[in-house]
Each structure stands twice: as structure tokens, then as C-alpha cells.
Design a binder for this molecule. Structure first.
Ligand SMILES: [Zn+2]
Length: 267
């Protein structure tokens, strides 16, 4: 069995397992009570996720792992050089692929028309595991396009792309958990990975805090590029998430979830 055969099955198995595990965790240790019933949130975010997944599959007939396998033996590419040790090529690929998510995430916040698209993810006034599925189809397509472009440029080992993809799925679900890690555990994990406490600061209603903690899996990029914020000004328990100018709106309506990028910009 090749990595590409495993990819689809592993993606869905990890997605479902991580989603259910975090949902159970939240049911025992929710950081904050949701303002909207979980059933409504899950059904709307699930529908948005389905639309985004179908749009992505329709547009890109190739997955990142399949593309990596296709370009592995090509004459171009930066990481398909046999003189670079295989383990080093894998390590560089996993790091660079995660760094690319940091870069694209910053671009989604810095460029106004990209922010309109990414705003759909941030306009969630609540914050729970289903927020991990709340991405506009355009954001999913643009992110996957960048990902595929980078795989073509790097021509990395397929196994490294597989690891990066699976890590991305699991971490995206965990960091959106509506749970609060104890300070010590949070600090320990934050030495390497982004935690729910760290990513939640990025979802703060405060604009300055939205401009921090962009990392997807590894927290090093924020520390390296000066966008790391350890604590929210309001404190972990009082931190409010969402977008101030969208408070009180029906941010779960399909009109908003699909149409927000085409409406007047708000910040
Ligand atoms: Zn963001």
C-alpha cells in the first residue's frame, strides 16, 4: 500500500477520531458555555465543510501526497536531490509545509479581499471543535492551491507530505477545542505545538490579538517572526472570541457563511 492509498482513509479516520475525542473532552470540561445550541452550530459548520470539501475535490483532481509522488522523480524540485539525506528532506518538508500555513494565514489577515474570505472563520462568536470546520470554500481552495504549488516546487518525499497533512488535520481540530489547559501543561506543549489557549487568543475580538498567533501546528514561527502573544489582555477565562462588528448578527446563516466575502468589509 502506498502513501497515496492511505491518505484518504487516514484523513477521514483521524478527522472523525480527533473530532469525537475533542467533543467528549469539551462535554466534560467546557471552558465556556456556548451561546448557540451545539446542534445548530454543528449542522451549519458541517454543511459549510461539506460544500468546501466538494468544491476542493471538484477543482483539484490531485491530492498533495499524490502530487508529491508524481514529482518525486522529476528533474526540478528542491528536495528531491539524492545527496540530501532522506530524513533531512522529510524534516525540511514538514517544517516548510507548516511554515507555509503561517505565511498564508498572515496573508489572509493582511490583504483586505483575503480577510473578507477568512472573516467567515473568525466571525464565530462561540469557539468549539466545530469552528475547525468553519472555513469559506474560497479559503479552502486558495489554501490547497498554495499547498499544491509548494509541493510542486519542493518535490518533497511523499511520506513527509503525508505526515504534514495528517498533523494539520489533527492539530486544526485540537486548537479549536473549547477547553482550557492548565497553565503548566499549556506551557509544556507550547514549547513545540500550538495549543487551544494559544490559538484562542488569535480568535479574540481585540484586533491586536487577532494579529498574533498565526501558526498552525508548530508555535516556533510566531516566536521567530515576532507575532507570538502568550496571554490575552482580558485573561484566559474572560477572553471573548469573534468579531466585534458581527456580534448579535446571525453568523450561522448560510447568507453569512457563504456570502460574507462578497459583502462590505468589516473589521
Ligand atoms: Zn485567522
Amino acid at each position: 500500500m502506498t502513501w497515496v492509498n492511505l491518505e484518504g482513509r487516514a484523513f477521514w479516520m483521524l478527522f472523525v477520531a480527533a473530532f469525537l475525542a475533542v467533543a467528549v473532552w469539551e462535554s466534560y470540561q467546557a471552558r465556556r458555555e456556548l451561546t448557540t445550541p451545539a446542534e445548530r452550530r454543528w449542522s451549519r459548520h458541517g454543511l459549510l465543510f461539506a460544500i468546501s470539501s466538494i468544491a476542493q475535490a471538484f477543482l483539484f483532481r490531485v491530492s498533495p501526497v499524490a502530487l508529491a509522488m508524481a514529482v518525486e522523480a522529476s528533474s526540478f524540485g528542491l528536495l528531491n536531490r539524492p545527496w540530501i539525506p532522506f530524513a533531512l528532506r522529510c524534516l525540511i518538508a514538514v517544517l516548510v509545509l507548516d511554515l507555509s500555513h503561517y505565511v498564508t494565514h498572515r496573508a489572509f489577515h493582511s490583504i483586505s479581499w483575503l480577510w473578507r474570505v477568512h472573516e467567515v472563520h473568525h466571525s464565530d462568536p462561540d469557539y468549539d471543535v466545530s469552528t475547525a470546520a468553519r472555513f469559506h470554500p474560497l479559503e479552502v481552495i486558495l489554501t490547497q492551491g498554495c499547498n499544491l504549488g509548494l509541493v510542486m516546487l519542493l518535490a518533497p518525499p511523499a511520506v513527509a507530505v503525508f505526515i504534514a497533512e495528517m498533523m494539520g488535520v489533527v492539530v486544526n481540530i485540537i486548537v479549536h477545542a473549547n477547553v482550557s489547559l492548565p497553565g503548566r501543561a499549556d506551557r509544556f506543549i507550547r514549547a513545540v505545538f500550538v495549543t487551544p489557549n494559544m490559538h484562542r487568543i488569535h480568535h479574540s475580538v481585540e484586533l491586536a490579538e487577532q494579529s498574533a498567533n498565526f501558526g498552525q501546528a508548530f508555535c516556533w514561527w510566531d516566536r521567530l517572526f515576532g507575532t507570538y502573544l502568550h496571554d490575552a489582555a482580558a485573561g484566559e477565562q474572560a477572553l471573548s472570541t469573534g468579531i466585534r462588528c458581527r456580534q448579535g448578527e446571525d453568523t450561522l446563516s448560510l447568507r453569512h457563511l457563504l456570502g460574507a466575502p462578497f459583502q462590505a468589509q468589516r473589521r
